[in-house]
Ligand binder design. Structure first.
Ligand code: ADQ
Length: 490
């Protein structure tokens, strides 16, 4: 069997059940620990001098191969083009997009350098699966280094509509680079559609599905590749077990003691402007304004560990949220009640799962999100006998699947406040029915299914290449035979 090589910007310092504030880390590690293989990428260290060296570590079935970045590379490739240009653009925040041509050069340079570091570690039949927006030119770089292996790519964040993508100056180079992969995976059908729209209307390419239910075939920039949607999942039953086991643990007991039998609304996100936190805080405020009976009857727990804290946009959102939570608490708090509990800490996955189970409402309202695993984790963690209600943004990829959620538009503050009120009062039978439906969906499409579907289609690309090669060699052989007979058939 081929070995699986995962390549992602950051190889997470992940441990079983430990904290991992990042969806890619959670999803990728869950997928890799079953099959075994290698995970290659940045270690998270930044060097001011010297020469980065690859560190290879075996941990169970997974080999971790990590390397530091030089300060300039970190600034241009990671903080610059990846997170100041691509991240806002792909989350439809063209207003926050910053572009510097040197950063784009640095982005391409680091992709080429990382690819060169990986080459000596590769075997002929390895299958390479590259993850996310930091590494769009990675296949191009591997091909330039002579690598012939199958290479797939999965985009964890949304693929934007063409009119938004056009705001990124090197949009054409990026899409051309994407076309060097053999298989492209997107989170949802709308992301796939947006990509195909660019191919057809901006790149003069074509897309054909040949009437099959498998990936689409894309022809562009002189290449033929495949593309499909593979919504990432979780392991719902594992999360349910963790949540149940943690029910009597100290964090849950402390939380319950703080609540004094009030209801709990809960959110967990990386602190990021794409997650719609300000609008979410204001909708909770609106609930307290209008549904006066809810005052002192409900608390809102927002857990949001800071990320990318050395970037202005992230410092701004942090300040804004601190202001909002202080203002709302100042407005409504009583001696015995603080409406918003706003925490910056990371928690172990088991603690988060147990807290989710305690929460009457999972409040997940990003302005844009590729998928949003928190939505899926919240549903998984519920007690089926007495489940909570998920309030979910229509702009999270998860909304394509979780029809049992109360779907909201995250800029509609009144609409979100109404959804919170509905969720807090929803009868048990309706909560159970919605939870049951969502669990069916989550079980059918867990992380293994996500990985297996992607790998099946990537392997099939290889099979087609082999089939094409052997058909070609048959033609050559037949040609030789014909040549021997000296009577070429027409
Ligand atoms: P993220 O933007 O990081 O992921 P998300 O999918 O919600 O968003 O994943 C966050 C993960 O980190 C969850 O598993 C969550 O439990 C964990 N986490 C968050 N805060 C934490 C805390 N304080 N302590 C411990 N764990 C915490 C990107 C895309 C998403 C996509 C994923 C996976 O932006 O849209 O769903 O990749 O593809």
């Amino acid at each position: 069997m081929s070995r699986l090589i995962i390549v992602s910007n950051r190889v997470a310092p992940i441990s079983e059940g430990g904290p991992a504030a990042g969806g890619l880390a959670v999803g990728v590690y869950d997928a890799l620990k079953e099959t075994g293989g290698m995970w290659f990428g940045w270690s998270g260290d930044v060097l001011s001098s010297g020469q980065p060296q690859i560190k290879v570590e075996e941990r169970g079935p997974v080999t971790f191969a990590t390397i530091a970045l030089m300060r300039r590379d970190y600034d241009q490739y990671y903080r610059g083009f990846s997170n100041a240009t691509l991240w806002p653009a792909f989350h439809y925040r063209a207003d926050l997009l910053q572009y510097d041509r040197h950063d784009f050069e640095g982005y391409c340079r680091v992709n080429a350098w990382l690819a060169q570091q990986l080459v000596p570690l590769l075997r002929d039949d390895d299958v390479i699966w590259v993850h996310d927006y930091h590494l769009i030119p990675f296949a191009q770089a591997l091909r330039a280094a002579g690598v012939k292996n199958r290479i797939g790519f999965f985009l964890h964040i949304p693929f934007p509509a063409s009119q938004v993508l056009l705001a990124v100056p090197p949009h054409r180079e990026l899409v051309e680079a994407l076309c060097s992969f053999d298989l492209l995976g997107f989170q949802t059908a709308p992301d796939l559609r947006a990509f195909c729209d660019y191919i057809v209307n901006e790149a003069n390419g074509s897309v054909d599905n040949a009437g099959s239910s498998g990936p689409l075939t894309v022809h562009a920039f002189g290449r033929t590749l495949r593309a499909a949607a593979y919504p990432i999942g979780v392991y719902p039953d594992e999360i349910a077990e963790l949540a149940k086991a943690g029910e009597r643990g100290k964090p849950v007991r402390t939380m319950k003691a703080t609540l004094h039998s009030r209801k709990l609304i809960m959110s967990v996100d990386r602190l990021d402007y794409s997650k719609g936190l300000v609008e979410r805080f204001r909708a909770f405020e609106r609930l307290l304004e209008h549904a006066t009976a809810q005052r002192n009857k409900v608390s809102f727990l927002q857990i949001a560990p800071p990320t990318r804290a050395d970037m202005h946009a992230y410092q701004d959102i942090r300040l804004q949220l601190e202001g909002e939570s202080g203002r709302i608490n100042g407005r409504f708090a009583e001696l015995d009640w603080t409406p918003i509990l706003y925490i910056h800490k990371q928690y172990e996955r088991s603690v988060l799962a147990a807290l989710f189970r305690t929460a009457h409402v999972g409040y997940v309202t990003p302005l844009r999100d590729g998928m949003n695993l928190v939505a899926k984790e919240y549903v998984s963690a519920q007690d089926p006998e007495n489940p909570g209600v998920l309030v979910l943004s229509r702009f999270a990829g998860a909304a394509q699947e979780l029809e049992g959620a109360l779907i909201v538009n995250p800029v509609d503050i009144d609409g979100m406040a109404e959804a919170l009120a509905t969720a807090l009062q929803m009868p048990l039978a309706e909560r159970q029915a919605r939870h049951r439906d969502m669990m069916v969906q989550l079980r059918e499409n867990n992380v293994s299914v996500w990985r297996d579907n992607f790998m099946r289609d990537l392997q099939a690309v290889g099979a087609r290449v082999k089939a094409a090669k052997s058909a070609k060699s048959k033609v050559v052989t037949a040609g030789k035979k014909r040549a021997v007979r000296k009577k070429p058939a027409v």
